[in-house]
Design a binder for this molecule. Structure first.
Ligand SMILES: *[C@@H]1O[C@H](CO)[C@@H](O)[C@H](O)[C@H]1NC(C)=O
Ligand SMILES: *[C@@H]1O[C@H](CO)[C@@H](O)[C@H](O)[C@H]1NC(C)=O
Ligand SMILES: *[C@@H]1O[C@H](CO)[C@@H](O)[C@H](O)[C@H]1NC(C)=O
Ligand SMILES: *[C@@H]1O[C@H](CO)[C@@H](O)[C@H](O)[C@H]1NC(C)=O
Length: 710
């Protein structure tokens, strides 16, 4: 069934309703005194998340409508209650809109929460496509109110950078309660490594005054407000903090007063993604002991002033045999809930309705878009519509927005930040070009083959240089156009067939020079600034350690060992002043998966630990700033920022980009998202903070659902 295309005419009111009194964050407070420069990094498959929010009548899978703009990356919607909407200060004085939507949108390089009011003209009698469909159960009322012609107003409620005074943060899972918006934000640093910055806030939209509802030192995920507005439920670790989980988070469900966060009570041990049916019942998900993610229901009595919930009864709602998760309860019709499912006979995530009385699944997006992933359902207050987000690309009616380079709003004004649609970007010494790779593990979007690519640093002129599986890129500092990479499988063992090659990307028929031999996982080349040497990691001793070889003739021209030990030293980068090599190592606990940041002089002296991400943390892919005073890297230093199951697959959903002084002090978080950011590299030049689009047309949806649900 073709989904209907909502508006062609947008009326856009994008004004700031208020502004925070936060003008004190001047450049000096940014904690970065380096020259203007740029950092490029990869975010796992982010360029193909052309998400929009859609909805279907709960009566049956017909008349899907797109509710959001078809341009931005829109997700995690919420249908506000009519009473809340009537209290909003900013509604333009026009005909009553039919649909109100509060949602998360990624646009202009940061994440914010918007309110769209969608206006519709009266139903045209001639249209056959709007005939009502009977529900598959008697209890669900049938009506489709949506029209193809409409206008919309879009209002930003929180986010962007204006009201946080330049503090960039992720905003997520919004609910409107009266004139307050309850949502997640990551703008406050808990001040300790490996702790999630995710906390729940309440912003009064009339004044902008914002209150933190999550206690300091605690991370709360996935807030849900009860129908009366009195209580808010969250998934939280309590005091224990993020434990390194990347599949199911080991959270419990806590409830507190929406008013001020007080009266915080744990109601359920082991659970996430709460959704209230009424003020004494909530649904949530957990992975059961039989391995199936399932929906559970908890009922309890809770009263203000009491420090525990009474008579808590929890029971499983959805059966084993399929995964069901991210529940949305229906407030006006207790008969059904909406869930996302992964069934053994489908590799796609669908939104389904489940009748909690007859214990039957009664509706699914599978008959609308069988080959798309549908995320994070939510139900309208009158229970007539179920909303969700999915990639708009396959439906063919969207404007394109696939970007080669996406400018990400940077918390440091002297650094422009670019998300590259490719892995391991590196800038040429003059900052004019970017080399990067398409990995074999990446579904292909624009290009066809895995391999080494090069483009201008404004995103133009993309071309393939080498169409063989490769990873990591680095430029020679002296010989123009010479790029190093490692050819062979990524994430492989010590003895895998990986060798370092150099190639001049300016040659008409670039010839490939192999610099290492024997294929014992020789990888991550980085050139010395005098153009004479390459530092790299090799598994030739049975362990991955660092070696230095001749840049021109490879290991036959001269080879020496830089580090030695029964552990892994890897991801090395040579400082522009030639004095240091920074690298990632698990020597603190070999084989544990925990990596720390070290640096060493190229002559093997002066080994120092630069940074450790808490106990058991990971720091990877370090890269020196052009002046050598800073290091950029990715780490789990800020934990995870959302329940991983609410997103497409990410191998390391905790990956965020940070910078630090090269002595290990003054860590700064650069990215805020719930995706996997990786492989940053620094440019000597400041690139203008603008996006660059792929030259081809049409959005792609080449991402995968969480592998661990298969
Ligand atoms: C930004 O960079 C310029 C030179 O590129 C430098 O003069 C200035 O001091 C830097 N600003 C800050 C706040 O570090
Ligand atoms: C912000 O993003 C929207 C769509 O995502 C785009 O139309 C608009 O031009 C952008 N504004 C700026 C200032 O870049
Ligand atoms: C709340 O919802 C549950 C489940 O639908 C129901 O059993 C219970 O009676 C409801 N309680 C109230 C107070 O409405
Ligand atoms: C090793 O290199 C460092 C930095 O270049 C230098 O300060 C030190 O003197 C060198 N040590 C030896 C033994 O050569």
């Amino acid at each position: 069934m073709e989904p209907q295309n909502i508006p062609t005419f947008f009326l856009i009111f994008t004004f700031t309703v208020f502004s925070f009194p936060l003008s004190f964050l001047a450049a000096a407070a940014e904690g970065y005194d380096g020259a203007r420069s740029s950092i490029a990094f990869a975010t796992w498959l982010r360029s193909s998340y052309s998400f929009d929010i859609f909805s279907l009548p709960t009566s049956g899978p017909a008349n899907e409508v797109r509710l959001t703009d078809g341009v931005s990356v829109n997700s995690n919607g919420h249908f506000p209650s009519p009473s809340s909407v009537s209290m909003l200060p900013h509604l333009p004085n026009r005909v009553l809109p039919t649909t109100h939507l509060i949602y998360v949108t990624e646009r202009n390089g940061s994440s914010s929460i918007y309110h769209d009011a969608i206006y519709e003209t009266p139903l045209a009698t001639s249209s056959g496509s709007r005939s009502a469909h009977r529900a598959s159960t008697e209890s669900i009322r049938v009506e489709c109110k949506y029209q193809t012609d409409s206008t919309r107003s879009q209002v930003r409620l929180v986010g962007g950078d204006a009201e946080t005074g330049g503090r960039i943060s992720m905003k997520d899972r919004p609910t409107l309660v009266g004139q307050n918006l309850i949502y997640v934000s990551t703008h406050e640093d808990p001040g300790q490594p490996r702790a999630s910055w995710t906390a729940v806030y309440s912003t009064l939209l009339t004044t902008g005054s914002t209150r933190r509802l999550t206690p300091r030192g605690v991370a709360d995920f996935s807030p849900a407000v009860s129908p009366s507005g009195v209580w808010t439920a969250v998934a939280s670790y309590g005091e224990t903090g993020w434990q390194g989980d990347i599949e199911e988070l080991g959270t419990d469900i806590y409830v507190f007063l929406t008013r001020d966060g007080s009266n915080r009570v744990r109601v359920v041990e082991h659970g996430g993604w709460p959704s209230w049916a009424n003020d004494s019942t909530l649904y949530f998900h957990r992975r059961g002991e039989d391995g199936w993610w399932s929906i559970y229901r908890a009922s309890f009595h809770i009263r203000e002033g009491e420090n525990r919930a009474e008579s808590v009864v929890t029971h499983r709602v959805t059966p084993p045999g399929l995964h069901a998760f991210t529940p949305a309860a229906s407030v006006s019709n207790p008969r059904f809930i909406a869930v996302a499912t992964r069934r053994p006979d489908s590799e796609f995530r669908h939104v389904e309705l489940y009748d909690v009385v007859s214990n039957r699944f009664i509706m699914s997006t599978r008959s609308v878009t069988p080959n798309a992933h549908h995320y994070n359902p939510f139900i309208s207050p009158d229970s007539t519509r179920v909303g969700y987000h999915k990639c708009r690309g396959s439906t063919g009616h969207a404007r394109r927005n696939d970007l080669v380079l996406e400018n990400i709003k940077s918390p440091i004004s002297n650094i422009s930040l670019f998300q590259v649609d490719g892995s391991f970007p590196s800038y040429s010494p003059d900052g004019e070009r970017i080399a990067y790779v398409k990995l074999t593990t990446e579904p292909m979007a624009y290009v066809d083959s895995p391999g080494l690519y090069v483009m201008n640093s404004d995103g133009s002129g993309v071309r393939a240089v080498l169409t063989r599986p490769a990873f990591a890129t680095a430029w020679d500092w002296k010989r123009r156009g010479v790029v190093y990479t490692s050819v062979g499988p990524i994430f492989a063992g010590e003895r895998s067939n990986v060798d370092i090659v150099s190639v001049n990307v300016d040659d008409e028929n670039p010839s490939i020079k192999t610099l290492t031999h024997g294929g014992q996982n020789n990888a991550f080349p980085s050139a010395s600034p005098d153009g004479k040497w390459i530092v790299f990691r090799s598994g030739r001793s049975g362990y991955k350690n660092l070696y230095v070889m001749d840049a021109l003739n490879g290991e036959t021209g001269g080879l020496r060992r830089l580090t030695e030990g029964p552990w892994t030293d890897t991801m090395c980068n040579w400082s522009p002043d030639g004095e240091w090599i920074v690298f990632s190592s698990d020597r603190g606990n070999p084989g544990s998966g925990s990596y720390e940041l070290f640096k060493i002089h190229p002559n093997g002296t002066g080994l120092q630990k630069v940074l450790q991400s808490g106990s058991g943390g990971r720091i990877n892919h370090p890269w020196f700033s052009p002046d050598g005073k800073y290091i950029v890297f990715v780490a789990d230093y800020a934990g995870v920022s959302a329940e991983p199951i609410s997103n497409p697959h990410h191998f390391q959903p905790y990956g965020d980009v940070f910078v630090i002084k090269s002595d290990g002090s003054g860590i700064k978080r650069l990215t805020h998202n719930s995706y996997e950011d990786g492989t940053p590299a620094w440019s000597p030049k400041f690139a203008k903070p603008v996006n660059a689009e792929w030259p081809n047309d049409g959005s792609h949806c080449s991402f995968e659902d969480c592998h661990w649900l298969s």
